[in-house]
Design a protein around this ligand. Structure first.
Ligand SMILES: *Cc1c(COP(=O)(O)O)cnc(C)c1O
Length: 473
């Protein structure tokens, strides 16, 4: 608080009060757009800001220190605050970064079918737990379970909030109070606070580390078994690779050991893949059906990584295990909601029809060839260069896209990039203006140039880019 004597003396007296500002007719539209209570909070903030500035550097207040100019300044700042808040919620953006599964941008974009299912079927009342034919209560996510069984060959399946929740649930139900054996080479951290040792600790299972960072054998697992062993765990290293002198048992080898000693094998596949993606350069993501066939008893993977749907943790495995997971109280806290199940249902049905490469955006974009992208980039670059109102120069150069989301850390599909330059506007400034356009366009900067990768930008979004670049004179 300011010194009361000082606050009562000029120039503080010229500062309009909260009430005065709220009564000014210039705030009418602000009241309707954000509501009176939020506006009051903003007015308090703005007057406090002005008070501090008058105290510290009165010379910086350009309009002078009379009541009229301070009121105008307060109103200007209020409008700015309201505008900023209006653009701070969840907004659609154009991803021109070339990173397919961009965690900061919401990971996988949904397919058209998934969007329709969410908006038209699931958003209102729906058959979430209702059996239409019988007119009685049905089971949540029935079709998703059936599709997952069909696509992976597993006996049963279950859906929770995300893959982190899936491993927390699996470890808690299967191994709490006992020991879980895991290789030292798999004690990874996946972006955003998922750390294998911490999930183990939170699940109440004792982590028994075996092998070394680079080499672990079946013998290592076998030697670690005790009467307290409840689970063998295999974690896909996802965003991290050890190369050189390395070895790790196959899932089939671990599955054989698990069966021999009567202890279940849990595979946290991370992204995983429902179908083989080797021809797209992804040759070391575990294929979920292969894990089932190789003898994994329970497997978890993400819904919004390479699968290309929404945030979800998919668990498939033996009936007896899935039933135990479903019956545990933790499942009730972690289960997926109707919007998630609708998106999964639509996406999995694309896989079931064999149409995933044309219908699921992540796979469709991954499958684009460098040539296809280059043709689009050349056309767009020509249109940018033809815009008379702008001095921006676009050039098409070779480059690389990335997978992101902790998948395929060493896979960089070849692409064609649009490189933007301007005689007087810096790359930083261009990038910033793109980011503040509507819809915002997210680009990257390399060597003083702004780069746009059309692999992750849809053809319909190219017009938005053109409009955003119209007035860089
Ligand atoms: C990504 C990942 C997770 C976390 O998945 P979310 O769906 O983001 O919760 C867990 N384990 C592995 C191996 C992963 O790659």
């Amino acid at each position: 608080m300011s010194d009361p004597v000082k606050a009562n003396s000029s120039p503080f007296r010229a500062l309009p009060s909260v009430d005065q500002i709220l009564r000014d007719e210039g705030t009418e539209w602000l009241k309707t757009s954000v509501g009176i209570s939020r506006l009051t909070r903003m007015v308090r903030q703005v007057t406090e800001e002005l008070r501090l500035e008058i105290q510290a550097q009165p010379a910086n207040l350009t309009g002078g220190l009379n009541r009229e100019s301070l009121l105008r300044e307060a109103l200007r700042r209020l409008e700015e605050t309201v505008r900023r808040e209006a653009t701070s919620g969840l907004r659609r953006v154009i991803n021109s970064t070339g990173v397919l599964i961009h965690t900061n941008l919401g990971r996988a974009p949904l397919s058209e079918l998934a969007r329709k299912a969410v908006a038209n079927e699931a958003a209102g009342y729906c058959t979430l737990e209702y059996d239409l034919a019988a007119g009685t209560r049905g089971r949540r996510g029935d079709l998703v379970v059936d599709l997952l069984k069909e696509l992976t060959g597993a006996e049963d399946a279950l859906v929770v909030n995300n893959c982190a929740a899936a491993s927390l649930l699996t470890l808690t139900v299967m191994a709490k109070g006992g020991e879980t054996v895991v290789s030292r080479g798999e004690l990874v951290e996946i972006g955003g606070d998922f750390r294998v040792p911490e999930v183990m600790a939170n699940s109440g299972t004792q982590m028994i580390e075996v092998g070394t960072t680079n080499r672990t054998s079946v013998k290592d697992y076998r030697r670690a078994l005790t009467t307290n062993t409840r689970l063998l765990m295999r974690v896909h290293p996802s965003n991290y690779r050890v190369i050189g002198f390395t070895s790790t048992p196959s899932i089939a080898d671990l599955g054989a050991l698990a069966q021999e000693v009567g202890i279940p094998l849990y595979v946290d596949a991370g992204s995983g893949a429902l179908k083989d993606l080797t021809d797209l350069g992804l040759d070391d993501e575990p294929i979920i059906g292969d894990c089932v066939a190789a003898g994994a008893d329970v497997i978890s993977f993400s819904g919004d990584k390479l699968l290309g749907a929404t945030q979800a943790g998919l668990v498939v495995g033996r009936t007896e295990i899935i039933q135990r997971l479903r019956r545990h109280p933790l499942y009730r806290a972690l289960r997926a909601d109707k919007l998630c199940l609708a998106a999964l249902e639509a996406t999995l049905s694309s896989y079931a029809r064999g149409a995933e490469r044309s219908e699921v955006p992540v796979l469709r974009m991954l499958a684009l060839s460098e040539d296809e992208i280059e043709i689009r980039a050349n056309t767009l670059a020509e249109r940018i260069n033809a815009q008379r109102s702008s001095q921006l120069r676009a050039e098409v150069i070779k480059g690389e896209s990335a997978i992101g989301g902790g998948s395929g850390p060493n896979v960089f599909p070849k692409t064609a990039l649009i490189a933007l330059g301007h005689p007087s506007i810096s790359a930083l400034e261009i990038e910033k203006r793109l980011r503040s356009s509507n819809p915002p366009i997210i680009a990257r900067i390399e060597e003083q140039r702004v780069l746009l990768d059309l692999r992750t930008t849809s053809p319909q979004e190219e017009n938005d880019i053109l409009t955003a670049l119209e007035h860089f004179s």
